[in-house]
Design a protein around this ligand. Sequence first.
Ligand SMILES: [Zn+2]
Length: 245
Amino acid sequence: MPPGYERLDAEVPGLYAPRLARKARELSGHLAQGYRTLGRILSVEPPGIVAYLVADEDWRRAPRDNMRPYPPGLPYFTRSVEPPALVLPEELSTVFRPRTAATLPLTVWHELVHAFLLRREAVRTPAWLGEFVPQAASAAVARRAGLPLEEHLSRIEREPGLSVRGFRGPAGAGDQMSFQNLLLLLGAAALTEFGEGFLRTIFHALWEEDEIVDEERAEDLLGAALGPDGREWLVSRPEFQEEPF
Ligand SMILES: [Zn+2]
């Protein structure tokens, strides 16, 4: 990291640009809440990670998996450093929508769930399942934390014709956001219908898989995790339907 970054001792230790001390404390609060709550919901030992709060001017120097810097304003998790790190920008990109009191914590918790998942090697899954787990788990944390999740969900603009299964990356940032929002809606609906228990089940099920998870297997796994009638419920959801153009 660039010289002069300061340390913040917490459950998820932080390094931050000195002029971002206030933001660092805010993020540290979200991280601690997510770290504890996810450990309980998923019943796993939290991973040993750090968080970097990176100033805009240092973004190009932040640790990452690839050579090229990532687009500014997009948080990510990287195992290119030891301990692995959540890299957080000083401001979220304007791509993140809707903007409510829940936007920042949900985004932080989403990346935290990836960090929990990557404590072990995980097999490849369809994009929708790999991103559903962080979206549903961060919605669960938001519910426990009493964030205005319903208001946030009600402000999501649905893209006509988009289904979580029909999404094919790579995609532009706007399409990525629509895809993530659809998964957040699906995750919140699953929590309302089935409670939080499926999160632990699907999380551990993904660790057990040793071959690439195809579309069929992904539906089986999530359907079974949701419980009896889980698969029927899943395939009947609007987020799962391909609308004819
Ligand atoms: Zn993700």
